[in-house]
Design a protein around this ligand. Structure first.
Ligand SMILES: *Cc1c(COP(=O)(O)O)cnc(C)c1O
Length: 347
């Protein structure tokens, strides 16, 4: 979901961006007009997340999954192993795609328990000589989210695809943060990489130029044509977050939105959430019905109430309310009202 304000601004500017007589879609990526859009978006993101000059901010194509391979190519820097924390299907996929390039040291895994918790820190097998330590802040499918930043000695790498900009974050704790745009930022097709400059430059042999962070940074992410319209949309979204109070305010609202649903679920003998309360996601609230047979009527009646996309991921089953930044509290309240009403009639 994208905010109505952002969508209408894009609509108003669609045929004529700021008096140029052209759409952003029609402007060349090296023109002063687009360079303005690009620089403004980067500056606003730096401001929102408090990103210092020690970091490159890259606007790339290829999606978040692409980074599962690109991270090892760039960050091994002569080493042969990296630490991976396995908390769900996205981290497991990152492990699978990293394996051709390195020895994966699995720090811990929640797989055996069906990815319902984050293994306690004192059980982790960290390797202080690893090239980096990788984790997924929010497991979008399982609804499991870190509520703290792991404390490690190696450069910390984080897939923040489904939680970026949902609360303030201390970027200085990280070596690299990446996020596909389509969950919390902009339409699909753009990936943001925030990477510490000192980690860049020593890539694996045969790394294609386009996948080389340093080369992309030297050319302002324009080694080839970037996804310009998505970059523009990301900029509008950053402006929207800024003008609505910034990350502290979004943290407050996101907490309120998710608590509303978790309280309803926990207080009901009807709905169920199996994730350990200390690591429940604020972005993706998973819940189950007492009987699978109620799934079809639930989804159908939800749609009749203009509540869409509540079916859980095929690997996880059940239901999932994805309540990213653009989802207003009011809409979550409407979902809660519907859930109570559904329980009253079917419970
Ligand atoms: C959606 C998602 C991805 C995959 O993103 P693509 O852009 O489709 O590759 C990766 N990681 C997380 C945490 C996600 O939620």
């Amino acid at each position: 979901m994208l905010p109505d304000e952002v969508m209408s601004q894009a609509q108003q500017e669609m045929l004529d961006w700021q008096g140029t007589g052209m759409s952003v879609m029609e402007i060349g990526h090296r023109t002063p007009a687009f360079v303005n859009i690009a620089t403004h978006a980067e500056q606003t993101l730096r401001e929102l997340m408090d990103i210092t000059d020690e970091y490159h901010v890259l606007f790339l194509s290829g999606g978040a999954t692409h980074q599962f391979s690109v991270v090892p190519m760039n960050l091994l820097r002569g080493k042969t192993a990296a630490d991976y924390i396995d908390t769900g299907i996205w981290s497991a996929k990152a492990v699978r795609l990293a394996k051709p390039y390195l020895n994966v040291n699995e720090v811990c895994s929640a797989k055996e328990t069906g990815y319902r918790h984050i293994p306690p820190v004192d059980s982790w097998q960290l390797d202080d000589t690893a090239a980096y330590c990788y984790y997924t802040e929010n497991e979008t499918v399982g609804g499991v989210e870190f509520q703290y930043i792991p404390d490690v000695k190696t450069p910390l790498v984080c897939d923040m695809t489904s939680s970026i900009l949902s609360r303030p974050v201390d970027v200085s704790r990280y070596g690299l943060i990446f996020a596909g745009a389509q969950k919390n930022i902009a339409p699909a097709g753009l990936t943001i990489v925030i990477v510490k400059k000192e980690l860049c430059g020593d890539v694996l042999p045969f790394t294609p130029d386009l996948l080389n962070y340093e080369m992309q940074a030297n050319d302002n992410s324009m080694l080839n044509t970037p996804p310009t319209f998505n970059w523009y949309m990301a900029g509008l979204m950053f402006d929207w977050i800024k003008s609505n109070g910034g990350l502290k305010e979004f943290e407050r609202i996101n907490r309120e939105k998710s608590s509303l649903l978790y309280q309803l679920i926990d207080n009901s003998g009807f709905y169920r959430n199996d994730v350990e309360p200390s690591c429940r996601s604020r972005m993706n609230v998973i819940f189950h019905l007492p009987d699978e047979k109620l799934m079809t009527p639930f989804l159908q009646e939800a749609e009749e109430n203009r509540l869409f996309a509540l079916k859980g991921h095929k690997l996880a089953g059940g239901l999932r309310a994805s309540i990213y930044n653009a989802m207003p509290l009011q809409a979550v309240q409407e979902l809660a009202d519907f859930m109570l009403e559904f329980e009253r009639r079917h419970g």
